[in-house]
Ligand binder design. Structure first.
Ligand SMILES: Nc1ncnc2c1ncn2[C@@H]1O[C@H](COP(=O)(O)OP(=O)(O)O)[C@@H](O)[C@H]1O
Ligand SMILES: [Mg+2]
Length: 358
């Protein structure tokens, strides 16, 4: 039998309407509360709503005024993907990555990327054990359910690619031995915009590994004020305890895999991606991997919206975060300051939308 997780509930700050809404049964009393997640998943999408609501409630107790960003992060988690958070320093990228990792009871490792970080600092090394007279493998920080790769573009390309190989293959090869990585396995990487000093931009092939790229954006003045009130004294991250287990997340992922995508919606995904390959302002369009990620993310997003089928709207909403970071503008488009995000928005507005019932 699974034991319930115990979480600490505080009155006052937590007792706001928004946070109470994260608890479908109403906000619990103060103190240590036992949450049994056992059985929630069994109830299909209803269980998914319950658990995902708890996770996003936990993250939103730390990250002020960014519900859409939190939802996208959860979408990527449930789509078995990896998330790239790109934005200027100090807008809560690391905080979001840590909050998501902490809200799930699973193994978490954080890697701070620096120019002198070596590939083996990520994957692990084989070291000679004098007593046993044999080599033994010391697993690196990539052996965790959630790996936070902070400021990923500060490390050398060789080190970046060590992480990116693990992301794609979900395994690590060191000295000819291959070690598998347990699921769920999600990399949440943060990076500063490429124009910033001391960065090695991620090559396109490596950006393509990330299901979605999101930016945080500055908080609205109200949210910033709330942040000052709450974060002024202590870090709320300290009080965040897990509200779901790794096993729950595995089951939710399984549920998401069964979300229905009709033929017309699948064709719509292909039409959107194909349009990026033919667009005159793009030097590089989106790959078939991008199509796969788009449909997977749409399944997760639909499930979070309490639907067991994908709508064209889901693809439209996700097209920017899932496609834009994989595209390269032409030199002329760059001069005109036309960003891939603009092109994707234009395609979403122009590619004909199918009838989802067919
Ligand atoms: N939207 C936000 N909600 C709550 N705190 C925020 C937000 N944005 C920034 N902060 C605060 O700013 C600090 C810096 O955030 P951090 O995650 O380290 O930034 P980054 O990784 O983007 O450089 C954090 O300690 C956090 O308290
Ligand atoms: Mg940071």
């Amino acid at each position: 039998m699974e034991l319930p997780i115990r979480i600490r509930v505080r009155r006052g700050r937590a007792d706001t309407g928004r946070r109470r809404a994260a608890w479908p049964d109403g906000w619990p009393e103060e103190g240590l509360v036992a949450v049994s997640t056992h059985g929630d998943v069994g109830r299909g999408l209803e269980g998914l709503a319950k658990i995902s609501g708890r996770i996003s409630g936990a993250i939103e107790s730390v990250i002020e005024g960014k519900p859409d960003v939190v939802r996208l992060a959860l979408t990527v988690l449930l789509a078995e993907g990896h998330l790239l958070i790109e934005d200027v320093p100090g807008v809560g990228k690391t905080m979001l990555a840590k909050a998501l990792a902490r809200s799930i009871d699973c193994s978490v490792r954080r890697i701070q990327f620096t120019p002198d970080l070596l590939p083996s600092d990520i994957t692990g090394v084989s070291a000679y054990n004098q007593e046993r007279r044999e080599f033994e493998f010391k697993p690196g920080p990539v052996f965790a359910n959630i790996v936070v790769g902070d400021e990923i573009n500060r490390a050398s390309p060789k080190t970046q690619s060590a992480l990116l190989e693990c992301m794609e293959e979900r395994q690590v090869t060191v000295d000819g031995h291959t070690y598998g990585l347990d699921g769920p396995f999600m990399v949440i990487a943060t990076q500063n915009p490429v124009e910033m000093e001391g960065t090695y931009p991620l090559p396109e092939a490596q950006r393509d590994r990330f299901t979605a790229r999101i930016s945080m954006g500055y908080p609205a003045p109200g949210a910033e004020l709330e942040m000052l009130d709450v974060h002024g004294r202590t870090s709320p991250l300290e009080d965040l305890s897990p509200v779901a287990r790794a096993g729950d997340v595995r089951e939710l992922i399984e549920l998401v895999r069964n979300v229905h995508v009709s033929t017309s919606v699948r064709n719509y995904a292909i039409a959107l991606v194909t349009a990026t390959r033919e667009h005159p302002e793009l030097r590089l369009g989106a790959s078939p991997r991008a199509t796969l990620h788009l449909v997977r993310a749409a399944r997760a997003y639909a499930a979070l919206e309490d639907r067991d089928y994908v709508l064209p709207d889901d693809l439209q909403y996700l097209a920017g975060p899932v496609l834009a970071h994989r595209l390269l503008p032409t030199a002329e488009a760059q001069v005109e300051r036309r960003l891939p995000e603009h092109v994707v928005a234009e395609l979403v507005a122009h590619v004909p939308v199918p009838d989802p019932r067919r």
